[in-house]
Design a protein around this ligand. Structure first.
Ligand SMILES: [Zn+2]
Length: 265
């Protein structure tokens, strides 16, 4: 956006012209961000592909084994019935080389999400909790009129976050590691090398109880065509009593542990 605040816009290009740089060899985090800021006004490819409804996990394996497909069904989304849970499928993400960029996004309707690293170069994550959204939006608005934080429009140098005292988490994710993102969380990453990963959304009671569900998609400024947006989840399906029953039957781990301890003693 400007020299002092390295924030990058992500745009779809119809063709790749000569001023577009291929990704560079990434040796470490410092090297990555300085190579990006040194590229001046030149465009840089994000160098990623998203493959919706693809997965590295077999379906219908015995319940004994972890299966990423089952996460929405096991989560609070099950209260919406199979019509809702069927909509939630994993997406495979491909980074085509070193320095590939996954711009800033959050999960659909500010849900929780799980990200599984299958194979390839480490991912450097920058994870911004939902409590920092307002401050971040103000900084972005100050530089440029209301760019949306949620839909992959931005890629923010962590120095901008540091300078503005925005709290965030830095995580390096290696193959076979999972990252779980809480409701409303914003996240961006870059890769050290080509890689395969996978992600899926799910819900826990705090998604409703802390009001993340109420996000209005229509207020976003990205001009995403309405018909390509996912259908808004009907929150009237999530009645208070049903959430309580879900908590008792699925999340009451402490009670079970106590009973085990009593048995043991
Ligand atoms: Zn948007």
């Amino acid at each position: 956006m400007n020299k002092d605040d390295p924030v990058y816009f992500v745009q779809k290009a119809d063709h790749i012209d000569e001023s577009t740089q291929q990704s560079l060899l990434v040796t470490d985090e410092c090297n990555f961000w300085s190579s990006l800021s040194c590229s001046g006004n030149k465009r840089r490819q994000t160098n990623i592909s998203i493959l919706p409804n693809k997965s590295f996990f077999y379906q219908k394996r015995p319940r004994l084994y972890f299966d990423i497909h089952r996460l929405p069904y096991q989560s609070l989304l099950k209260l919406g019935g199979s019509k809702l849970t069927r909509r939630f499928v994993p997406s495979v993400k491909r980074a085509h080389g070193p320095g590939a960029i996954f711009p800033l996004t959050s999960a659909e309707q500010h849900l929780f999400s799980v990200d599984y690293h299958h194979e390839g170069g480490a991912h450097h994550w920058y994870i911004i909790p939902t409590s920092e959204r307002d401050v971040l939006q103000r900084i972005i608005d100050h530089q440029n009129s209301s760019v949306c934080l949620d839909h992959g429009q931005l890629f923010i140098d962590p120095s901008v976050l540091d300078k503005n005292h925005i709290r965030y988490h830095r995580i390096i994710q290696h193959p076979n590691e999972f990252i779980v993102l809480s409701a409303g969380t914003l996240a961006q990453s870059f890769t050290e090398d080509a890689s395969w990963s996978e992600s899926i959304a799910f819900a826990l009671p705090s998604w409703i109880e802390e009001g993340h569900v109420n996000v209005s998609v229509s207020s976003c400024q990205c001009n995403i065509p309405q018909d390509s947006l996912p259908e808004t989840i009907d929150i009237t399906l999530f009645k208070h009593e049903l959430i309580q029953t879900y908590i008792t039957s699925h999340l009451n781990i402490i009670t079970n542990d106590t009973s085990l301890a009593l048995k043991g003693s």
